[in-house]
Write a protein that binds this ligand. Structure first.
Ligand SMILES: [Zn+2]
Length: 236
């Protein structure tokens, strides 16, 4: 038996009445556990095992999958998502973390970032909250993009393109990937340079959308698949 605190990333059905819960825990990394009888109306777990639930659990270590024994709610973040837009952003964050977190590999910083960004999504309307989280997530994974010099020739300007295949920005001569504006580049430098709050407070412009689309593409490049939940909010 062991105790864990974590956020539910996703759940899926198992058999007639059980559900597999995928969690990012503070000290045990990503954990998959079976919640038995959770799909019956009188489940002792109630609604405490929904995606975005921040919970404390007692888990029984199993041979293949751990078994959920007891669940206490730390906070339920889903009701804080006031509308579909906020909820979709929260789901995009869960999906990216689920794709990047390693099974049973402790990553307390990732856990803290996840709880922090979900709380921020609940209170902020900035379209940059999720993209900023994506950039920080990639930095945590060791793939922080180069933003100051051309990744091919080292020139400092003019930097006009962005290509994660090459790891960052490119000058006019070397350009590949997608174009990037000076304003979008400045926003990305703020996000990754310790001025996140200033970036989130900045007025929403075309550059915000550029940063968002680059962030999504960079995460998708890293995980080598598309993020399903992002498609929904990037269309507006
Ligand atoms: Zn160059």
């Amino acid at each position: 038996m062991y105790r864990a605190t974590g956020v539910v990333l996703r759940t899926y059905k198992l058999g007639e009445s059980d559900r597999i819960i995928v969690l990012l825990t503070e000290h045990h990394g990503k954990v998959r556990a079976v919640a038995k009888g959770v799909r019956k109306t009188k489940s002792k777990f109630g609604g405490r095992l929904e995606p975005m639930s921040h919970i404390q659990l007692l888990l029984h270590e199993g041979r293949d999958l751990d078994i959920v024994n007891q669940v206490d709610t730390v906070e339920s973040l889903a009701p804080l998502m006031v509308d579909l837009d906020h909820m979709t952003r929260g789901m995009a964050v869960l999906e990216a973390v689920d794709q990047m977190a390693m099974d049973r590999e402790p990553n307390p910083q990732l856990y803290r970032m996840l709880v922090g960004v979900l709380r921020t999504i609940a209170v902020s309307d900035s379209p940059l909250v999720v993209p900023a989280f994506f950039w920080k997530l990639l930095s945590l994974e060791g793939v922080r993009p180069e933003l100051d010099v051309c990744v091919r020739c080292g020139d400092t300007e003019p930097l006009v393109a962005f290509d994660m295949d090459h790891g960052g920005v490119l000058c006019r001569t070397c350009r590949s990937g997608a174009p990037i504006s000076a304003d979008a580049l400045e926003l990305m430098r703020m996000i990754l340079g310790g001025q996140l709050n200033a970036a989130l407070a900045a007025p929403i412009t075309q550059a915000s959308h550029e940063v968002s689309s680059h962030a999504t593409r960079a995460v998708e490049h890293h995980i080598e698949r598309k993020l399903r939940s992002v498609a929904v909010f990037e269309r507006h």
